[in-house]
Every structure is written in structure tokens, then in C-alpha cells.
Design a protein around this ligand. Sequence first.
Ligand SMILES: [Zn+2]
Length: 296
Amino acid sequence: MTDNLPPPPKVDPEALTEVAPGVHVIGDRRVPLVPNIGIVLGKDAALVVDTGMGPENGRKVLAAAKRLAGGRKLILTLTHFHPEHGFGAQAFKGEAEIVYNAAQRDELAAKGAAYLGMFRTFGPGVAGALEGTEIVMPDEVYDGATKTIDLGGRTVEFSTYGLAHTKGDQVVSVPDAGVVFVGDLAEERIFPIFPWFPPDDADIDADNWMRVLASIEAAKPRIVVPGHGSIGGVEILAAVRGYMLDLGPRVAAELKSGKGKDDIVATLGPKVRAEHPDWEAPEWIDFAIRYFADKS
Ligand SMILES: [Zn+2]
């Protein structure tokens, strides 16, 4: 989403680290539109969290998961429906049991095709990665806030909190290892992603998003795997929450002083950029300002 076209969003299966025993992450190498991908091993099954974008990335992630899993059964889940997280799922169809929460399944069905179209406009690198992409539906869906899956000697927990970054955000935690995969609820040294594209997509709730971050933080995970950026601890969650806590009231104050939305974007945007000199993807600042202005 920059004026400069992003590079091809290629997952690099060699960027593999074991962040805790049996908890592996294929890191994003801070490449735009590549997510951090999890592979969690139990005795009987291996869980894959997110796939990368497009069939080729999906195949690479599947191959990496099979190498680690050996003969274990494979399960795939997604942090949310956005293309760079889940649009490689077709490689897993028939190879893994695909499990989503109901909101994510519904959001994918409602918006998947439109997002595919939008992302194809992001230049040849992204369009190439998406070539041949098919939107696939899960094999199993759960209703309600949580689901626990037994991988054999280890359980993983899926948690769903309602509308935040999307309608179907899902946090995956590995309690025995203190690891949590938070998807785009948090990026590390990257401006929080506000997919605020009204009228096509206006499904964000920053208040709930902050509550979700606070509740994940309160569970005191040892290792936080953000949707994008480097792996760290709870400070990643606190930084995102702090950004929203600060920005919302500032936008509201500017509106109250009589400024128009475009004016606020033009004046406040560069200030916010300057306050986080080492954060990437500043194009998301304007979307966040417009979200808070529209919601004020
Ligand atoms: Zn996202």
C-alpha cells in the first residue's frame, strides 16, 4: 500500500526459528505482505498458523510443515482472513484439517473475492503471487469464544474476541510454552494496520481491539509472535495499544477544534510519523486517523 510497489511477497522457509521447544516460526524477514507463520508440534499432530499469500507460498509452507511434522497429522488455522495470512490455504486442502472460527469463515465468504481483486492491483509482485489463488472454505468451524485442540501431550487454544482488526481475529496460544500468535492485532515496529476502506470494508473496532490486547497482555505470554515484524514479548502488544490510546483522543480533539478530516490527516499524520521514526509502513497512519475521525 505504498507509492513504491512492494516486492514479491515470498515466504522464505529457511527463515525458520524454534522459539520454544516444538514451536517453530517462519519469520517474515520484515518483507511487506509476508506474515510470521507458526508450526506447533505435539506428539500426534502439528498445527500450522497462517499460510502466506498465494498457492506457491502455501505449498512452501506445507512442505516446511511436513518436514517438521514427519508422520503427524496436520491442522491448519488462520489468525484472520486477510490475503497475506490465509490465501495460501488451498495447498492444505486435503492435506490438513482446516479449522477456522465462524466469524472468519463468514468474513472470508463475504469479502474474500473483493480482497483478492484489491490485492491484485498492488503491482506485479503481489499479483504474481496471487495467480491461481482459490478461496477455500474450512473443513471445520467452531462457534463461541474458544476452542482447545489436543496435539498430543500439548494443547493449543484458539481465542476469538469479536470485531477488532477484522471480524474474525483469532489468537492462537501454546500455554505450556508461553507463546501466543496474535496475527495483525499487533505488528512490531510497524504502524498498526487499520483496514479502513469504507464503504467496502468498515469492520474495525479499536476499543475492542485495545481490550483484546490488554487481555492477551494480562495472560503474561513469554513470547509474542506478531502478524508482521520481529518476535518479542508483551511490549509489542503495549506499543500497539499505546498508539491507539494516544491517537484516538488526538483526532477527536482536532475535530472538536473545527478541523476537517483531510486537514487532520495532513497535519497530524506527519507528527505521528515523526514520533515513531523506526516504525515501518507509515501509509497506515492516515487510515487510522480517518477511522478515528469517522468514529468520533
Ligand atoms: Zn490483517
